[in-house]
Structure formats: C-alpha cells, structure tokens
Design a protein around this ligand. Structure first.
Ligand SMILES: *Cc1c(COP(=O)(O)O)cnc(C)c1O
Length: 382
C-alpha cells in the first residue's frame, strides 16, 4: 500500500501497519513476549527468535520510521541517548575525531565529553550554522560531523545540504539530530545526511508518555552494522514503548501543523513584549537562519526560546509564574512546557563552550488554544 501512496500523512498512518494476518486487527498488537516457538531447531516463524534481536511490534515501528525519513532502515532504541550511543560505538574507534555543534542537547554533549572521550575519541566544537567553520574544524581523523537543526535550546539553523558536502569531501559521515523538526517538517537524508537521529520521546511519541530513540539510514552496509550493534548492545525499544510511538506517529502531521501555528503566534507576541529582549524562533524573518529554515523545513516547528530583562532571576521567575505552561524538562508533547535551560536541561554544559545564557527561557509550545497560551505567557512575564 505504501508503494503506491507516498504522501507523508498517508505513509505515517500505514507504513509498517499491516493488518494482523491472524485476526485482522488494524493496528499492530503489542507483542509482549521475549521468545518464540521454533518449528524444529532453527525453524523460525517470520525470522523471530528472541525479542532483543527482533520483536514484531518493534519491526512495525522500525519499518514506519524508515518510510517517514525516506531511508532504507529504521532502528528503535530504549531512548534517544541509547540510539546515539549505539551510533557512536558503531561509527567510531579510538583515535577518531568528531565535529560537534556549539549548541546541542545537553545529554549529547555529555555523551561526547564524559563518556566517549574516555574511550579515546575526541571532538571539536564548531558553529555548524557556518559551513566554513565546520570545514575548519575537520582533521584527517574526523569520522563524523554531528548537527542538530533547529538546535536545542538556541534554535540555530544549519544548512544540511551545505554541511553534507563539507563532510562528504572529508570522508566523514553527517549525522543529523532531527528531534526538533520531526520527519514531517524536515528530511535530512534527502538533503545528503548519512544518519538521522531522533529522541522519539519528543514529537514522534508526542504525548509525554514514552521514552524512546531512533536511527534511520539509507546505506545498506551501515544499516547492517547498526543492526548488529543494536542487538549486541541490547538497548532496544520494548514492545509497549514501540507501540506508543507508533500510535503517536499517526497524528504527527496534524500535531506539527498546530505546534508550528501556535509557536508562530507565541513568537510574534514575545517580539513585542517590553520585558523580552530577544526571541529565538526560525520562523521570524530576522532570525539569521530564517531563509535556510524556509528552504529545508515545511514549517518552523513548536520550539521557541527567549531572553528577558532582569537576568537569571527574572527568567526563573517567569518559569515559576507560568500556569498553563507546565514547568518541566522535555518537549514535543501536546501540552505546553517551559523550562530554564541553564539550570535544567543544559546544566551539564555549564562552563563549556555549549553553556547557555542565564536569562534564557525555553518553550515547547503545545497544541492548546493559542489565545490561552498567550494569556498565560503575558501573566508569567508580569
Ligand atoms: C531529548 C533529546 C535527546 C535525548 O533523547 P532521550 O530520549 O531523552 O534519551 C537527544 N537530542 C535532542 C535534540 C533531544 O531533545
């Protein structure tokens, strides 16, 4: 069916979701099972032998992920960081070097700085929104360039196609963390990326009820290597988690449209607010990455960050006063969240080149009524 229907909304609902052959159930059941009866030694039904290696609910999600990103193979993990860890240990060996962005998810930075570093892999930090800066950071040991666009929490934009050619010239793989955009808004593989990373905890799941991660690739050899490591290391998505994400993805397109619409209204209101000194949203014409974002994204997404007058204490006070926006980490759910990155999600980047401004507030704009969201922000700003 998905061979004939290529439009995103249709693929999201149908890819991997074939009706159950036994009962006709229209959504894949939760195969809450660890092992499978063999018809004689080695006589596997459908290739299933043990659920770390493969599980039918996870297979449904993995086929869906590959189709959504226009890749050949999708792999589902227990969390976004588990996916990243599997990718790094598949791609890299002691002595290798990676270029990472100067603005990235704090946990990604911690993985490079505190975990992978101990295994003899080093990294340079570059402003990936400038392809020349990425080129300047390459060494003859560089095996991967890591990009997050839009970035977390500063909403910086990287030109994926431009950085893909810089990485390719150097023989390095381009990895794009597509968590903020989701495959509905942006498809990095089509722009030349080698690997797409997702925290499915965010927009893919979409309901703040599951933690999960994904990798999607086009290259068959890399797919085989990743699948080998996924099984060898074992941080797979469990069947219920895979099922929740698969369910979330069915409404991804409509949710992302509303997230983008609401975020645009929030960003526009904030630009006119006297207590706001700067609004970071790629949909604003004055954003330095606006034109590139308009070229490589369908719309600008649901994440908005802003800086306030009065420094750190004022930013923290806004977070404390918000009522409809729930104070919490994470993002991408239907309900609006806000947080203080300096003290919360990005505390692990303090003192590093990835340290974030102390007067910054980050919003994950949900799909509630936009007027209610604007009212809450106005009262929180005081
Ligand atoms: C949350 C997040 C991650 C990590 O994913 P987990 O599911 O929390 O492990 C990676 N990248 C980005 C951009 C994120 O927001």
């Amino acid at each position: 069916m998905t061979d004939r229907y290529n439009n995103f909304e249709t693929v999201a609902i149908h890819a991997g979701n074939t009706a159950d052959p036994l009962t006709g159930a229209v959504v894949p059941p939760i195969y809450q099972v660890s092992t499978y009866k063999q018809d004689g030694v080695g006589g596997l039904r459908g290739g299933y032998e043990y659920s770390r290696s493969a599980n039918p609910t996870r297979t449904a999600l993995e086929e869906n992920l590959a189709a959504l990103e226009g890749g050949r193979r999708g792999l589902a993990f227990a969390s976004g960081l588990a996916a990243e860890d599997c990718l790094l240990r598949t791609l890299l060996a002691p002595g290798d070097h990676v270029v990472i962005p100067d603005d990235a998810y704090g946990g990604t930075f911690r993985l490079f700085a505190k975990v992978v570093g101990r295994w003899g892999v080093d990294f340079s930090v570059a402003d990936t929104s400038d392809p020349a800066a990425v080129r300047a950071a390459l060494t003859d040991r560089t095996k991967a360039v890591w990009v997050e666009t839009p970035s977390n929490p500063l909403l910086g934009i990287t030109d994926i196609a431009a950085v893909a050619s810089v990485a390719q010239e150097a023989g390095a793989k381009l990895v794009v963390d597509n968590t903020f955009a989701s495959p509905y808004l942006q498809q990095p593989l089509a722009l030349g990326a080698d690997v797409v990373v997702h925290s499915m905890t965010k927009y893919m799941g979409g309901h703040s009820d599951v933690v999960g991660g994904a990798l999607v690739v086009s290259d068959e050899t890399l797919a085989e290597e990743l699948a080998y490591h996924q099984n060898a290391m074992g941080a797979v998505a469990g069947p219920f988690d895979a099922w929740l994400v698969l369910r979330g993805i069915k409404t991804l397109a409509v949710r992302m449209d509303r997230h983008s619409e609401n975020a645009a209204r929030v960003a526009e209101m904030l630009t006119r607010h006297p207590k706001v000194t700067r609004v970071l949203y790629p949909g604003l014409p004055e954003h330095p990455g606006h034109e590139i974002a308009a070229k490589q994204m369908r719309s600008f997404g649901g994440m908005v960050s802003f800086q306030v007058t009065g420094g750190e204490e004022a930013a923290v006070a806004v977070c404390d006063r918000a009522k409809l926006f729930t104070l919490g980490e994470s993002l991408g759910g239907v309900e609006s969240l806000l947080e203080h990155p300096g003290r919360m999600t990005h505390a692990s980047a303090a003192g590093s080149p990835l340290e974030v401004p102390a007067d910054l507030v980050r919003l994950s704009v949900g799909i509630e009524n936009a007027d209610d969201l604007l009212d809450d922000l106005r009262q929180a700003l005081g």
